[in-house]
Design a protein around this ligand. Structure first.
Ligand code: PRP
Length: 192
């Protein structure tokens, strides 16, 4: 199926390719300056911050964000999954762990979207228990209307007030639409 076909399934474009590129650049600049002001990248021996990509949705965002950062970064990948029905609400399990220990590292978790908050809160606690120097969170989209538990988010690309089903730029519906270069709202007839 071509990308053209997938575009016709959108009710509307929420964030265009250009708007995302602009916001990602701004965000990368803001984050870089923030860490720089705390002494990062002050000398060549400084340990780079570690970007942790939550698979799979955040992959596209991480790739663009990392390339716009103006301080040295490393990255690693982690994967989690929500338990299905019949378990405690918000239960999350680790599917693929990081490749390396993060003790003493400055970690920035990179997420595509925060919805109920369960995934990011689980990961924040999980990574914080490994004695990193710091753990911060960056999300491209913050869907505050759907939040079920309180969780701290340090850097936000777009605040989405409405409860719209969004896809594209890494985000899927039944694994499709991740490669769309924009973020759009799927027509109802294509959901469910
Ligand atoms: C999405 C998204 C977040 C999570 C947010 O991942 O990438 O990780 O849901 O939801 P929450 O705040 O309600 O926990 P998903 O489980 O769809 O997997 P994917 O990243 O592979 O698409």
């Amino acid at each position: 199926m071509s990308q053209i076909d997938l575009r016709t399934r959108m009710e509307r474009v929420l964030y265009s390719e250009e708007a995302i590129a602009r916001r990602v650049r701004e965000l990368a600049h803001e984050i870089s300056e923030d860490y720089r002001s705390r002494g990062f990248a002050a000398d060549a021996k400084a340990r780079p911050i570690l970007l942790v990509c939550i698979l799979r949705g955040a992959l596209v965002f991480l790739a663009d964000l990392a390339r716009q950062m103006t301080i040295p970064v490393e990255y690693d990948l982690i994967s989690v999954s929500s338990y299905g029905n019949g378990t405690a609400p918000g239960a999350v399990r680790l599917v693929k762990d990081l490749e390396r220990p993060i003790e003493g590292r400055d970690v920035l978790i990179v997420e595509d979207i925060i919805d109920t908050g369960y995934t990011i809160e689980y990961l924040r606690r999980n990574l914080a228990s490994r004695d990193p120097a710091s753990v911060r969170v960056c999300t491209l989209v913050d869907k505050g209307a759907r939040r079920e538990i309180e969780t701290r988010v340090d850097y936000i690309g777009f605040e989405l007030a409405e409860d719209a089903f969004v896809v594209g730029y890494g985000m899927d519906y039944a694994e499709l639409y991740r490669n769309l270069p924009f973020i759009g709202v799927l027509k109802r007839e294509h959901v469910g």
